[in-house]
Design a protein around this ligand. Structure first.
Ligand code: SAH
Ligand code: SF4
Ligand code: F3S
Length: 441
């Protein structure tokens, strides 16, 4: 077996989480983490969401060959592994192991198979028995913020999206294992936990007393754990925003005033073709209800431009929805046809030049709104959780409750501290804060 390993994760935060779990698994096998350049084993934890993301894995594999002609043991994990399976080893014979997102607890076994010259070091099963039970306990966190996957998979089948195929059906992890994992993360130094799921707000399970709980119940229980200052969750689907979860935003102090709620398009015609099962009106009404209980909430979103059949008017409607919402931040993408999804076979695919132009206009509007949101924050006093050092000496960078990056001159403060700051200046991507005091978390 190899002695050092390196995990490189692409794609969403759930992949980052999986990457951490794979690293812990390899450490439990007696291997040590190392830089990619010299690692004996490289795990590429891949993303299949858009074509460019999926192609990245092949250029990465090419780059792993060393000057002397040797190469590390290569494992391809994540959503490309799930979607392409054995195709990967056909196209890139230097790959030794292919393992899907629901099977990576079997990575050590697959590596042993590969080392023994096995040709079948591939596992893209979606076992009914969850991988979580088979993984080692969470280790110490190097950072004050941690991810915790609570829900996996997706049953929504938006017509453009590969996630239901790469991650499988929606499942919720059980209550007890989540409370235990959160405690381990807090013991390891986490002050903020972000609950993750492709549809995180679809999470539900019985609590320790046998009562059915939604995400707000889990958030409430986590908020009661000593040492945990902040809770976030992502990604939510508009149709799974329950009354209880909305109310929680007005009731639970530790739940940060930030909501990532992708809408994708501002045209009802396109939303229908996307199978989003919400309208622009129902989306805007939902935001009104959240704002009624939490007026300062920062709203974030995802957008796709150039979905098949999108007209100039459909796109103008998207811009209008963006202006109406006033996003604090957002991600926007050009539509990418994905093999096996219904939208890939639709008529009226949009020309790349049209997509480019729409993306530019959308991003220009989103940047204006993000800057405006940041400017509106100037003058506020808030807590900042310090996460890393800044470029200048004595400067630390952390996150505001609204997930803005804040640069703080904080003599005597350290990474992991929660400090109270006055927000004094804002740019499009970050703010400057003056430290008022250091808080005990
Ligand atoms: N479960 C989440 C997000 C999953 S993927 C949700 O439903 O909101 C993250 C984002 O990638 C999506 O919100 C969408 O904006 C984008 N995306 C997904 N498939 C895409 C495709 N085929 N082309 C371009 N963008 C896509
Ligand atoms: Fe993809 Fe839609 Fe599911 Fe989100 S809700 S993961 S966009 S299918
Ligand atoms: Fe990508 Fe898979 Fe996440 S396709 S966005 S890594 S769920």
């Amino acid at each position: 077996m190899s002695k050092t390993f390196h995990v490189k994760s692409f794609g969403c935060q759930m992949n980052v989480y999986d990457g951490e779990r794979m690293a812990e698994l390899m450490e439990a096998e007696g291997m040590a983490a190392s830089d990619k350049a010299d690692a004996d084993l490289v795990i590429l934890n891949t993303c299949h969401i858009r074509e460019r993301a999926a192609e990245k894995v092949y250029s990465e594999i090419g780059r792993l060959r060393r000057d002397d002609g040797s190469k590390p043991v290569i494992a391809v994990a994540g959503c490309v592994a799930q979607a392409e399976g054995a195709e990967i080893t056909k196209r890139a014979p230097s790959v030794d192991v292919v393992v899907g997102p629901q099977a990576y607890h079997r990575l050590p076994e697959l590596l042993r198979k590969a080392a023994a010259g096995g040709k079948d070091a591939l596992d893209t099963d979606m076992p009914a028995i969850s991988k979580f039970g088979a993984l080692p306990k969470r280790g110490k966190q190097a950072r004050p913020t941690a991810f915790l996957t609570v829900q996996e998979g997706c049953d929504k089948f938006c017509t453009y999206c590969v996630v239901p195929y790469t991650r499988g059906a929606e499942i919720s992890r059980p209550w007890g294992t989540l409370i235990d994992e959160a405690k381990a993360l807090i013991d390891g130094g986490a002050k903020e936990i972000t609950l993750l799921g492709q549809n995180v707000n679809a999470w539900s399970a019985e609590d320790d007393k046998g009562r059915e709980q939604g995400l707000e119940g889990l958030i409430r229980a986590l908020a009661a754990l000593p040492g945990l200052a902040r809770i976030r969750y992502t990604t939510s689907h508009p149709n799974d925003m329950s009354e209880g979860l909305i109310a929680a935003h007005g009731e639970i102090d530790a739940l940060m005033p930030f909501l990532h709620l992708p809408v994708q398009s501002g045209s009802d015609r396109i939303l229908k073709a996307m199978n989003r099962s919400h309208t622009t009106q129902s989306y805007l009404k939902l935001l009104d209800r959240v704002r009624a209980v939490r007026p300062d909430i920062a709203v974030s979103g995802d957008f796709i431009v150039g979905f098949p059949g999108e007209t100039d008017q459909d796109f103008e409607d998207t811009l209008q929805l963006v202006r109406d919402t006033g996003y604090a931040q957002a991600f926007s993408f050009k539509y990418s046809p994905r093999p096996g999804t219904p939208a890939a076979d639709m008529d009226d695919q949009i020309a790349p030049a049209v997509m480019d132009e729409r993306l530019q206009r959308l991003q220009a509007q989103l940047n204006i709104d993000q800057h405006a949101f940041n400017m509106k924050s100037v003058g506020r006093r808030c807590d900042v959780l310090l996460e890393r050092s800044g470029r200048k000496a004595g400067q630390l960078v952390g996150k505001s409750p609204w997930l803005q990056s804040v640069h703080v001159e904080a003599d005597g403060a350290a990474i992991g501290d929660l400090v109270t700051v006055d927000l004094v200046d804002a740019g499009p991507n970050s703010l400057a804060g003056e430290c008022v005091m250091r808080k005990a978390a």
